[in-house]
Write a protein that binds this ligand. Structure first.
Ligand code: ADP
Length: 487
């Protein structure tokens, strides 16, 4: 076989091995049905060959028995008025054939007549056949010198005279070899049929399970956000799978309702808690400002309480924003926003608030987008805040602005800890945090990026992340350009 063909075959086998899952329904059904089919076919093939062999033996036995029964009549007919011995040879010549030999031994054991075909053979053959057929008045199979014979011997009595013993032997080797050849072909044909059947069953099972795979693909795409909108429908699926789909859709409805209730609950709780906590925070701040007679430990305790209250108010505000955005109640005032100016502003805020070098590379080209200025500011502050939180204190955070087709791209880059690849697709989920130990020290809530994503998407944009562990991260915010911008 040419080398490239061998390589391709090896590649296909390896691919097939990779695709085979011994625990899958497809594999089990294919193997199960193929095994039953193979057993059925094998059983039929075995039964047929056994029956055929039986039939062959019975036919030969009947033939020999017929000769044995017929021989005395023929001897009688050929001897007519003469002595019975005269009729022996003509009867043998008439009944014998190339592979059917007859011979007669008189009462003293001498051969008195025999088939012509036996004459050419050694006495040894006749002797062995005589021994094999001795005492067998019913025909039976005997193997001599690698050949098979149907042999039989009976006492011969004609016209009341005892003529000795009649021996009959039929060489059935060729018939048996022919039969063995037929069985071999039947075996090969059965094996081929089983192999073809297995392939056909595998294809059929695969096609039958296609609706289930389709179901799996469709359900894998469902996220918490589209629970209420998605209904699975499969075309030309069997009724069992259609029923499963209906049940699943009903479950989706129930899930969506409880998800909605949970969101409402979160929104209500955030709303109810935010006002008193804002008050508490305000009182704490003012007590700290005016309390000149406070001792140092009291001041420290009050400032911890104030900062925790502040943090919780921010968290509640984030939750409230998300709950409103989910229900479409978060108002957005879309207007032309000049990004260059907004970026200098947030860079300044970041420098003051985080005491960190924030580099803003303004290349001078003015870029305007259609966005809600305050929300966009919130987005950028969240990203800068994260860049600061997750990078060492000496490292600067860099802001870039560029234009690409109909979009403006703002990039917030840091040289911090980076985000492991397996977390990158999930960090925009609510309350998702990569590494609890690392996050505990930064004091985040896991809502910052969820807010960023929601706000950016509400403004018609998108946000992506590129990060290398230990080297840093780049968060890119894509926003649609204002229509007054020339493309
Ligand atoms: P948190 O309040 O925990 O910062 P976020 O939603 O802002 O929540 O971020 C989610 C997670 O993404 C964080 O817990 C952090 O592990 C990771 N992350 C976000 N920004 C960065 C960044 N610039 N560098 C490294 N990890 C980051």
């Amino acid at each position: 076989m040419p080398l490239f063909l061998f390589d391709r075959l090896r590649h296909s086998v390896r691919q097939l091995q990779g695709n085979i899952d011994p625990h899958s329904l497809r594999f089990r059904l294919t193997v199960g049905v193929a095994a039953v089919a193979a057993l059925g076919m094998g059983g039929v093939a075995l039964w047929t060959s056994w029956k055929m062999q039986d039939l062959l033996i019975v036919t030969h036995k009947q033939k020999v028995q017929y000769l044995v029964d017929r021989f005395p009549e023929d001897v009688e007919r050929y001897s007519e008025m003469k002595s019975a011995q005269v009729g022996l040879q003509p009867a043998i010549d008439r009944l014998g054939a190339n592979n059917i030999w007859l011979w007669v031994k008189d009462t003293r054991g001498r051969v008195v007549a025999q088939s012509m075909a036996l004459e050419g053979r050694s006495d040894n053959t006749r002797m062995l056949l005589t021994q094999a057929s001795q005492n067998w008045i019913v025909p039976r199979i005997s193997r001599l010198n690698d050949r098979d014979f149907m042999v039989c011997s009976v006492p011969l009595k004609v016209k009341g005279t005892d003529l000795g013993q009649l021996y009959v032997a039929q060489d059935i080797t060729e018939d048996r070899e022919m039969f063995a050849g037929t069985i071999r072909s039947l075996g090969i044909a059965s094996l081929l049929a089983i192999a073809l059947m297995t392939v056909a069953i595998a294809v059929y099972v695969r096609r039958s399970l296609r609706p289930l795979c389709q179901f799996d693909r469709l359900t894998a795409k469902i996220s918490a956000e589209d629970l209420g909108q998605i209904q699975i429908s499969l075309d030309r699926a069997p009724s069992e799978v259609r029923k499963l789909t209906q049940t699943f859709n009903m479950m989706l409805d129930r899930l969506s309702q409880s998800w909605e209730q949970q969101r409402q609950f979160m929104g209500n709780v955030s709303h109810e808690l935010r006002t008193p906590l804002t008050l508490v925070s305000g009182y704490l701040q003012s007590t700290l400002r005016r309390g000149n007679n406070l001792t140092e430990p009291q001041r420290e305790a009050l400032s911890i309480a104030a900062s925790e209250a502040d943090r919780t108010v921010r968290l509640l505000q984030d939750l409230l924003d998300l709950a409103r955005a989910d229900r479409g109640y978060l108002p957005f005032h879309l207007e032309p926003v000049e990004l260059n100016e907004l970026l200098s502003e947030v860079a300044n805020m970041g420098r003051q608030y985080a005491q960190r070098e924030i580099i803003w590379n303004d290349r001078g080209t003015l870029i305007k987008v259609k966005a809600d200025r305050d929300r966009l500011q919130q987005v950028l502050i969240n990203l800068i805040d994260n860049a600061v939180k997750y990078s060492p204190s000496g490292e600067a955070v860099t802001l870039h602005l560029e234009r690409c087709d109909r979009e403006a791209i703002v990039r917030v880059c840091d040289r911090g800890v980076g985000i492991p690849l397996q977390h990158q697709s999930r960090i925009f989920e609510r309350f998702y945090r990569c590494d609890e130990d690392r996050c505990r020290t930064t004091g985040g809530s896991g809502l910052g990026l969820a807010i960023v994503k929601t706000l950016v998407e509400e403004m018609g944009g998108r946000v992506t992340v590129r990060s290398t562990l230990g080297e840093g991260s780049i968060f890119s915010v894509f926003l649609p350009l204002d229509s007054s911008e020339k493309i």
